[in-house]
Design a protein around this ligand. Structure first.
Ligand code: F6R
Length: 260
């Protein structure tokens, strides 16, 4: 992956417009429209505020039978160190609250949890499970204000698999609300950039003015670990969905077209 191919960039009328678009991507994969193999496609989800509306809508789709959860496998990007699925504040706990169907998938073994204690052997075993499942077909991503994706903070290697990382101070500040009255953890287990870039298709969503600087570095800065999200420009099938506030610092040439 040494080439650069600018991701497609679309600016939405509003962040909510991403929801039906993302649901359609999941629906197409789950219904097998996109696949020649018999294997159930593996979809890797990002957590965080960016995807709250999407997860609620996904849960409703599943309840109404428009997406069948037995037709795909799920996984996620990252977990706070030592946070078991039932522990409030954790990523999997958040995912299960917003989309209880994911909790059922976890119970059935069709959701692959990130090993939250970070033991080396468990991380390699997790990567092998992903590989045996045929790799990640669709990777959803958010972006941190500092340009992180998953918990690959500025300065991260672009050539690492799942690993334990130390959270940047701005990431801990942004995570404060979910841990009150406690302090946010200092460490997390995360998919590395190498793992993320092996996904067949990547969709990154960024909404709000807080994300504008990170979005500009991602799409117009240097491709290196200073802005880990810039590594998306080494991927052949990446789409970036923005609202106008997140896109506000971009040069016009960086944007493929509006999506209504
Ligand atoms: C979470 C994750 C993070 C978030 C990012 C944006 O699984 O991978 O990289 O996507 O911190 O978080 P929100 O969406 O809360 O702004």
């Amino acid at each position: 992956m040494d080439h650069q191919a600018p991701p497609q960039v679309r600016v939405l009328d509003a962040a909510d417009a991403a929801v039906p678009f993302l649901l359609q991507e999941v629906r197409a994969l789950a219904s097998g429209q996109e696949s020649e193999s018999n294997q159930r496609p593996l979809i890797s989800f990002a957590t965080g505020g960016t995807f709250t509306a999407f997860f609620r809508a996904l849960d409703a789709e599943i309840k109404q039978g428009r997406i069948t959860p037995t037709e795909f496998l799920g996984t996620h990007l990252d977990e706070y160190m030592g946070f078991e699925p039932e522990r409030p504040g954790g990523m999997l706990h958040e995912l299960s609250l917003r989309c209880p169907a994911m909790r059922d998938m976890l119970a059935r073994g069709s959701f692959l949890p990130v090993p939250c204690h970070g033991a080396e052997g468990s991380l390699r075993a997790h990567e092998e499970r992903i590989e045996r499942a045929g790799g990640i077909k669709l990777q959803l991503l958010g972006i941190g204000r500092n340009g992180h994706i998953a918990f690959n903070e500025p300065g991260a290697s672009l050539d690492e698999g799942f690993h334990v990382t130390t959270l940047a101070e701005s990431t801990r500040v942004d995570a404060k609300a979910r841990f009150v009255p406690d302090q946010p953890p200092r460490r997390a287990v995360t998919a590395g950039m190498k793992s993320i870039l092996t996904a067949e298709r990547i969709i990154l969503c960024a909404f709000g003015a807080d994300k504008a600087a990170a979005v500009t570095s991602m799409l117009q800065g240097e491709v290196n670990g200073t802005c880990p999200a810039s590594a998306l420009r080494m991927h052949k099938n990446a789409l970036v969905l923005l609202d106008s506030a997140a896109a506000s610092n971009l040069d016009a040439g960086a944007i493929a077209g509006a999506m209504h």
